[in-house]
Each structure stands twice: as C-alpha cells, then as structure tokens.
Design a protein around this ligand. Structure first.
Ligand code: HEC
Length: 117
C-alpha cells in the first residue's frame, strides 16, 4: 500500500514539474513574444517584422539582465529617437518601453530570448 501511494505521489510531482517546466517557462516566453507584440518589429527564425533588429541569436550577444532592462526601459540602452547601429545595421530607436508589464512576463520573454544562441 505504501509503495503504491508513493508511486502515485511521485507521478503527480513528475507531471506537475514537467507541465510547469514547459508551459510556464520557455513555451510561454515564445508565445508572449507574439502576444505582446514584439514580433511585429522583430524577426526570430524567419518570422516577424524588420523595424527592429533580428533576435534569432540575441542570447549569444546579450545577457539575461541586459535583455530584461531592454524590455522594460529601452531608453537605458539606446537614446529614444536616435539612430543606432546593431549588428552592422541602422535602426531608429523607437522600441516602446514596457514599464507596466508584470515581472513574470518580462522574465519569461527574457529567458526565452537569452536561450536563442
Ligand atoms: C515598434 C517596434 C518594436 C516593438 C513593438 C518592440 N521592439 Fe524591440 N526593438 C525595436 C527597435 C527599433 C530596437 C533598437 C533599439 C531601441 O529602439 O531601443 C529594438 C531593440 C530590441 C532588443 C535589443 C537587440 C540587440 O541585439 O541589441 C531587444 C532584446 C528587443 N528589442 C526585444 C523586444 C521585446 C522582447 C519586445 C516585446 C516585449 C520588443 N522588443 C518590442 C523595436 C521594437
């Protein structure tokens, strides 16, 4: 009896951990990238806009904390309205700040982008 209970308990924990791992983490970062509108200006793996830089490999150049700051306060990195050069291309720095975005969303998007090497 004890063994069966333990097995059920372990299964529940395992399913809980794996479901959380996929849905609340990498997966939701990728879906938030679309639902929060980032994709309108940024391309990842051939899909998205070109107003801002291509982010397909942003994780190999920028740290997690740098990306979080960029999402919340882009003006901390690039003077708003100025011309900036990123990876050899020029952009008008017009990325909107996301000061009211909940930290959980900022973190999920930043973790996702940081994983793109
Ligand atoms: C209206 C277009 C627009 C939207 C929407 C937008 N961005 Fe940007 N993004 C830009 C532009 C333009 C830049 C260049 C620097 C700047 O404007 O601050 C940029 C820069 C970046 C960079 C820095 C890339 C690098 O290699 O230096 C990251 C990371 C980024 N954006 C992520 C995001 C995320 C995440 C979202 C959604 C929450 C988002 N952007 C929404 C236009 C946009």
């Amino acid at each position: 009896m004890f063994k069966v209970k333990k097995f059920i308990l372990m299964s529940v924990i395992f399913l809980g951990v794996s479901a959380f791992g996929i849905s609340a983490y990498a997966y939701s970062g990728a879906s938030l990238f679309s639902s929060e509108g980032c994709i309108a200006c940024h391309t990842i793996n051939g899909k998205g806009g070109t107003v801002g830089p291509n982010l397909s490999h942003v994780g190999s150049q920028r740290s997690l904390s740098w990306i979080k700051t960029q999402i919340v306060t882009p003006g901390a990195h690039f003077a708003s309205g100025s011309m900036v050069t990123i990876n050899g291309k020029s952009y008008m720095a017009i990325m909107p700040s996301h000061k009211t975005m909940p930290a959980s969303k900022v973190n999920a998007i930043a973790e996702y982008l940081e994983s793109l090497k």
